[in-house]
Design a binder for this molecule. Sequence first.
Ligand SMILES: C[S@@+](CC[C@H](N)C(=O)[O-])C[C@H]1O[C@@H](n2cnc3c(N)ncnc32)[C@H](O)[C@@H]1O
Length: 228
Amino acid sequence: MSQADGTREHLIGTYRKKAKHYDVTSRLYPVPGYPQQAQRRRAVRALGLRAGDTVIDIACGTGLNFPLIEQVIGPGGRIVGVDLTDAMLARAQDRARTYGWGNISLVQADAAAFDFPAGADAILSTYALSQVPECAEVIAHGAAALSAGGRWAVLDLKVPGSTPDWLAQLGTAAVRPFAAIDQWVMRRPWESIRAAMQEELADFCWAELFFGTAFLAAGSRRPGTSGG
Ligand SMILES: C[S@@+](CC[C@H](N)C(=O)[O-])C[C@H]1O[C@@H](n2cnc3c(N)ncnc32)[C@H](O)[C@@H]1O
C-alpha cells in the first residue's frame, strides 16, 4: 500500500468512528462556542444560489450544509454530495430521508479522483478541503466543470497569521488528533487553496474569519473558459 493509500485508509477509519455522533460533536469543533453555523451560512451565501441550481458539496460528510442549500435551491434543484467515508455518507442519506429531500445524490469518492459533472452551478467544500493533499487539483477540476458564472466556495480552518508554528501545533492538536497535525501546520494547505482559487477563478475573494482561525475563499468561473 502506498503512503497516500495508507493515509486515506486511516482517514476513513477515523471518520467511520466519528460518523454516528458527528452532528453533535461537530458543534464543539474546533472549540465549544465556535461560530461554525454562521460561517456555514456565509459560505452558502457566497455561492449566490438560485432556485433550481445544482450544487456539488465536496467532502460533504453527514450533510450539515444540505439544509442551508435546500432552503435556496428548492425541490427543483439538485445536490451532489461527495465524500470518501461510507459511514459519513450513510448519515447524509439518513438526513435526506428524514427531511424528505428527493433531489440529493451521494457519491463515495476521493475528491482528488472525482469526475465533476459538467454544468454545476456551484461547488462548496466546508471544513474538509485542507485535509485533501491534492486540494489544488480538486479546485482546478471543479472550476473546469462549472457552468458559465458558476461559483466555487471553500470554508476551512487555518492557523492565524502571526501564530508561531509550535503554538499552532499545540492549539490544533486538540481538534485534529487523527491527523498528522504538524504536517497540516507545516503544509499550510490554506495557502495552496488560496493560490489555486486565485489562479482558476474570476472575482476571487478571500476573507479571514474569527481572528484568522478560518477562511472563506470564493470565486466564479472565468468567462470564456471552455468546459461546463
Ligand atoms: C471535518 S469533516 C467535514 C464534513 C462536512 N463538510 C462538514 O462541513 O461538516 C471532513 C470530511 O472530509 C471527508 N474527506 C476527507 N478527505 C477526503 C477526500 N480526499 N475526498 C473526499 N472526502 C474526504 C471525510 O470523510 C469527512 O467526512
